[in-house]
Design a binder for this molecule. Sequence first.
Ligand code: GLY
Length: 282
Amino acid sequence: MAGLMGGFGNFTHAIVRAIPASFAKQALRTHGYEVDLAAAQREQELYVGVLRHKLGLQVLELPADESVPDCVFVEDVAVVCGDTALVTRPGAASRRKEAETMKMALKELNLNIVEMMDETATLDGGDVLFTGREFFVGLSRRTNQRGAEILADTFKDYAVSTVPVYDNLHLKSFCSMAGPGLIIIGSSEAAQKALKIMQQMSDHRYDKLTVPDDAAANCIYLNIPNKGHVLLHCTPEEYPESVKVFEKLKDHMLIPVMNAEKEKTDGALTCCSILINKKMEI
Ligand code: GLY
């Protein structure tokens, strides 16, 4: 099996998607919150602006589609590692059509595309944590064992372990990476239990950064030329106590990104982009 992937966190491109008007009323959500469409769209514009202007990524922005209210959450429909992209079969039937547009975008970037064709398989990218050494796949309401097996067949260089997810939508609803070997984890019992399972499954000893709020544990890590370690994380307005923990990371460039409106539909920071390392212009 592979050691730490060379260039973990190096990204050149991002795929994002605009928010349709149908998002406000029809995007899936577990808590029934009302959503302010304009506020969600403003958040998404700022998010894309950070990727494009602050980080210098080449951003491929897909158009909104009213028939797929959750389409802004692109992460769920593809897992990209190296030059290979697995186009998933999302767990929610209302989201399956999102994969078609994603497949075309990934083709434009000349990635090797694998499609999840098995109709018994489901997998949301939100359940996939890639640490640079291995994959952890959450078995949740959205992702099943067959989906995890297809991911393992697709990315054969890396070990794949499954982790049960009970109280959250996705595995990454309460964890993400902050750098090579550093897992950010929420404080809830469910998050801590999942971390323990990941630690037991792995040959590697990960460092951990524990934050008080589970949702704040979903961050985006990049390692960018001229910037080094970069962490996109929640704002102090959303999770002030968790931000205090991030502020102790002295080697990272910290970029707070507001996600409060999209979070009402269970969308986290990682959900809104697919990051790719590719030496080509678009
Ligand atoms: N609203 C995001 C999802 O449920 O997939």
